[in-house]
Write a protein that binds this ligand. Structure first.
Ligand SMILES: [Zn+2]
Length: 254
């Protein structure tokens, strides 16, 4: 299932561009991977398509106005937003630039030439919404299907190409865990290790507690990705009653 099968909102025409002789294009067959990015600082974007587009327009404005380097003492400005796609909290995938455009996004010549840049407009310790994460994984898979590269080995965080914190302390562990995840979720038997273990309605500490269980309680569950706690983003979702999920640190496999 390639890109053409995904619902993608094309906003290329809504984003500021600057004609530039430094815009270099490539043959699509040179694309061998994708790169995940985040915003750096936290964002305060309403989960609406209008607000997400305004945010992307502001980034385009910033990238066009920024001096990226100098040639013979003359400033080199950006030719447009330096991401090919973005995925908002609404789960909307936005198309920002032609895939044939080589963008300056990961601080590495080969990385820029051979990858597709995908932006997630969250920052700091913000967590992607489920819709946002799922849409982004679908996008990575579709890009890999179209170009015939291995999605798990060739989807990287910005920091894996160049000096950067990007995609940050939340997305990088999620990306890494997803890459190591087996193809299909496996249901296993788990036992709760501690008394008063919280079963939450979602995979994060900000979700309400659905129920509390004591040490020794057993259930069937499957691992899902969620908020990283002490660097561990895995949660165990109760597979049978759907009551909720425990952070993996509260459970052991039986
Ligand atoms: Zn980045």
């Amino acid at each position: 299932m390639g890109i053409a099968s995904l619902p993608i909102v094309d906003i290329r025409h809504l984003l500021l561009r600057r004609p530039s002789r430094y815009l270099v294009t490539r043959l699509l067959k040179l694309i061998t991977g994708s790169v995940d990015h985040y915003n750096g600082p936290e964002t305060a974007i309403a989960a609406s398509i209008d607000a997400e587009i305004r945010h992307l327009q502001a980034i385009a404005h910033y990238h066009v106005g920024k001096i990226w380097g100098y040639a013979n003492g003359i400033a080199i400005y950006g030719h447009g937003i330096m991401y090919h796609y973005a995925v908002g909290a609404t789960g909307t995938i936005y198309w920002l630039r032609n895939l044939s455009d080589i963008l300056w996004h990961c601080g590495h010549g080969t990385g820029n030439t051979t990858t597709v840049a995908v932006h997630t407009p969250i920052g700091g310790k913000q967590h992607p919404t489920d819709k946002q994460w799922n849409a982004k994984v679908m996008l990575f898979e579709a890009l890999a299907d179209d170009r015939g590269f291995n999605v798990k080995s060739n989807t990287k965080g910005h920091m894996e190409w160049g000096q950067s914190e990007c995609p940050g302390p939340v997305l990088m562990p999620m990306l890494d865990a997803w890459r190591k995840e087996p193809a299909a979720p496996v249901i296993k038997r788990y036992r709760i290790k501690f008394n008063d273990a919280n079963c939450r309605q979602g995979p994060g500490l900000n979700f309400p507690v659905a129920a509390t269980f004591h040490a020794g309680h057993e259930f069937d569950g499957k691992r899902i990705l969620g908020q990283a706690i002490n660097g561990n983003p895995w949660w165990i979702h109760r597979a049978i009653d759907g009551l909720g999920m425990f952070h993996e640190s509260l459970c052991e496999e039986v």
